[in-house]
Ligand binder design. Structure first.
Ligand code: ADP
Ligand code: MG
Length: 469
């Protein structure tokens, strides 16, 4: 059996499946698969192992096509050969500029094991992006499927499709990860010049260059990009100068067919005090939102992050965390990392009891009996020598406005409340007013380092207050 051409069986199966299923369906599920190896189990059973880009793809292929695939392989090989899938980086790492069909035909026609030409020289890690923010580490589910597929399409053809691309959604849902996955993939697989910056970085560069009369330096730097990624553009709200400059950069790069990707914490139309012409330029491209993951997706993310860290969890531990941490992916990942660190430190196997005990605070944090918006308002007001009604009312004196903005910011952070809910707690304010207040504090946190400790002080007082009553 060892001399059977398993890879040949697989390639032939792909050709026939493309024919049977039609181009559209085939491309949706099969075009990103890659033959990995042939495996023989202890019971002497043969399997073909194929790489697939995500758990989402794997589960869908399992439920929809497993029988079709195994019968096709049997038909071609005359043998009962099992079919297995592995989440594999090989499936998404493609030369970004390589046309899809070229790769497909190479994959199907060649019989040798070394099919794809070796990349010239592996480029070193890009200094502006995290090396673990890749597609391989990004779990695709129904909550982010549209955004992730657009991102993968961009990697195959940067500048040609979905341009500009805006990823938006709430905190901790994977915007930065997905944007950098695009950057990392293009950087790794092509010679394209990728620039990835936070909005703060872009703004600071701009301010510095204006100050030194070096706008040409600024323009040269950003307009050299083949791919420009800017994170959290809501930060440009209320900053007309940098918006104007962004608009020009935007136009210059789009005209030159360079790829633009941005992230934002809300739909672009909700950005108040944002130039209309800038907003309308986004209409030329694709906007995709990320939704909070549902239970199944939360479990898939937990398994994937654990696997990436070389740890396997029992299903009941995954279930416990998946059920109890529903706010966003960031909280989910940090709880998991926390638990792994604890287990390693204590040299313990993670059981459901240990997880329950160790994560007790995290599980109950957003729902702590005394952690209410009323208490947050009360303690913050007290901290500034004000009353809760001052914060909920309409007074506009500087100290009241500041305390109100801080209380909103804390409410968002500690309670994970939506801006609409917060607006209701603050005397029926509009959600955009709340967003604006939160942005103000975010801005001040950058320019005034002492604010961080004020904030920590108030949060401590809120927790103490909750513990007392
Ligand atoms: P955002 O920019 O939307 O606030 P991040 O991109 O910083 O969120 O993501 C927060 C954390 O959650 C990061 O550790 C990131 O790797 C992880 N994460 C988010 N979405 C996913 C996903 N779909 N699969 C795996 N990890 C994810
Ligand atoms: Mg982010």
């Amino acid at each position: 059996m060892a001399d059977l051409d398993y890879e040949g069986f697989w390639n032939e199966a792909l050709v026939q499946l493309r024919n049977d299923l039609g181009e559209e369906e085939f491309c949706g599920w099969f075009s990103d698969m890659k033959y990995l190896r042939h495996k023989v189990s202890n019971a002497n059973e043969n399997s073909i192992v194929v790489g697939i880009p995500s758990i989402f793809h794997r589960d869908k292929v399992n439920s929809r096509y497993l029988n079709v695939i195994t019968s096709k392989i049997k038909e071609i090989s005359g043998q009962a050969i099992a079919f297995e899938m592995e989440i594999s980086s090989k499936t998404v790492k493609k030369p970004a500029s390589q046309p899809e069909n070229q790769e497909q035909s190479e994959q199907i026609n060649t019989k040798t094991t070394e099919k794809t030409p070796k990349p010239k020289e592996k480029r070193s890690q890009h200094s502006q992006m995290r090396d673990d923010y890749t597609f391989e580490r990004f779990v695709i589910g129904e909550n982010n499927n549209y955004a992730a597929n657009a991102a993968l399409a961009i990697c195959k053809n940067p500048g040609k499709v979905c341009n500009p691309f805006l990823i938006y959604g709430g905190v901790g849902l994977g915007k930065t990860h997905l944007m950098q996955a695009i950057g990392n993939s293009i950087h790794e697989n092509s010679d394209n010049h990728v620039i990835c910056v936070s909005s703060e970085r872009f703004l600071n560069d701009y301010i510095e260059c204006i100050g030194q009369n070096k706008m040409n330096t600024f323009r040269n730097k950003y307009r050299q990009a083949d791919v420009l990624l800017i994170d959290d553009i809501q930060f440009f709200t209320d900053k007309p100068g940098v918006q104007e400059e962004l608009f020009h950069t935007f136009n210059a790069l789009l005209d030159a067919k360079k790829q633009l990707v941005f992230t934002c914490d809300r739909p672009i139309e909700d950005l108040k005090k944002f130039e209309d012409r800038l907003i309308s330029r986004f209409g030329l491209g694709v906007k995709a939102d990320l939704q909070p993951p549902r239970y199944e997706e939360r479990c898939a993310i937990l398994k994937s992050v654990a696997q990436a860290r070389g740890v396997t969890f029992q299903d009941d531990v995954i279930d416990l965390m998946g059920k109890n941490i529903a706010s966003n992916v960031r909280d989910l990942v940090s709880a998991l990392v926390n638990l792994i660190a604890y287990a390693e430190l204590m040299n313990k196997t993670i059981t459901v009891e240990i997880a329950q005990k160790h994560l007790k605070n995290i599980f109950s944090a957003p729902r702590q009996a005394n952690l209410t918006m009323d208490n947050i308002i009360r303690v913050t007001a007290e901290y500034f020598g004000l009353t809760p009604n001052d914060l909920k009312g309409k007074k506009r004196s500087q100290n009241i406005v500041f305390a109100r903005q801080l209380a909103m910011y804390i409410g968002r952070e500690m309670m994970d409340y939506s801006t609409t809910m917060l607006g209701q707690d603050f005397g029926g304010r509009d959600h955009t007013t709340v967003m604006h207040s939160i942005d103000k504090i975010k801005g001040k946190l950058i320019t005034d380092p002492s604010l961080e400790s004020t904030l920590e002080g108030i949060k401590r007082a809120i927790k103490d207050f909750g513990a007392k009553y």
